[in-house]
Design a protein around this ligand. Structure first.
Ligand code: UDP
Length: 246
């Protein structure tokens, strides 16, 4: 973010570097329960992002001194594979992945009914296999579906999107070039039914009016994304029901 460049990101017709209009989402596909060993899992393809979310638990928290007698602890681990980006990323945790793991854990903990599982731990692994900007939000969106697939009681889904500023314009769902060479990036995730914000970060500078415009775009997109989450689960579980009934 913020690396000033001479690259033109929006053309004379108002179209973006990948041909999208300012308020157009990249294509999103969600597949449920792609792993046999996990309690719940989901694979999300969001533009050029490919991200796997796997949920294990609730199970007894270990080591025991980590246990909370009042609620389950939620441990999300965001990991970007070395092969997920153009320039090989050094494997293993770094400051960025630790920060993202923390904000995603907190976002998911707000949605999960953690008070129902004292002393337990819920692990959420988020593996970025291919990255093209917006991976924290795409990972969170997949994690929410994986949690639902694991049957973990939740107040609501968590769904999110980013918007940002590119060539001075507010646009929805930044791709990598826009993220790298744009002026600002604003990822937001909410619980769609209540509208409660569970994640909000900002990289770069936006005016109050720009934040309002970006937020409006994000909220519109989240409605569509929540629908995709619901449909992915319905497709999976109605198929299971049909198989069971035969
Ligand atoms: N990125 C990269 N190498 C890194 C970290 C990030 O190439 O070590 C790319 C990757 O495509 C990522 C994008 O930069 O999706 C934007 O990263 P950011 O930290 O803004 O998080 P994200 O938008 O993915 O949530």
């Amino acid at each position: 973010m913020g690396t000033e460049s001479n690259i033109k990101l929006i053309d004379e017709k108002g179209l973006r570097i990948d041909g999208r209009s300012p308020e157009e989402l990249r294509p999103i596909k969600i597949e449920v329960d792609v792993l046999n060993r996990a309690d719940g899992s989901a694979l999300i393809e969001w533009g050029g992002n490919k991200i796997l979310a796997a949920v294990y638990g609730p199970r007894e928290a270990y080591p025991k001194h980590n246990q909370d007698i009042n609620k389950a602890i939620v441990k999300a681990r965001y990991n970007m594979e070395a092969y997920s980006v153009d320039e090989r990323k050094r494997p293993g945790p770094d400051r960025r992945s630790m920060e993202i793991s923390k904000v995603l854990s907190e976002a998911l903990e707000t949605a999960i009914m953690v008070e129902q599982f004292p002393r337990a731990q819920i692990d959420v692994f988020i593996e970025v296999m291919q990255a093209d900007a917006g991976t924290r939000i795409a990972g969170l969106t997949a994690a929410s579906v994986a949690l639902a697939a694991a049957g973990i009681p939740m107040r609501d889904f968590v769904a999110g999107c980013t918007a940002g500023k590119v060539d001075g314009q507010i646009v929805l769902d930044l791709c990598k070039e826009e993220d790298n060479f744009g002026q600002a990036d604003l990822p937001i995730a909410i619980m769609p039914r209540s509208g409660r914000i569970v994640l909000l970060q900002m990289d770069g500078d936006l005016t109050v009016e720009e934040v309002e415009k970006a937020t409006g775009m994000i909220m519109g997109a989240i409605k569509k994304i929540a629908e995709l989450q619901r449909n992915a689960l319905l497709t999976k579980f109605s198929a299971v029901e049909t198989e069971g009934g035969e």
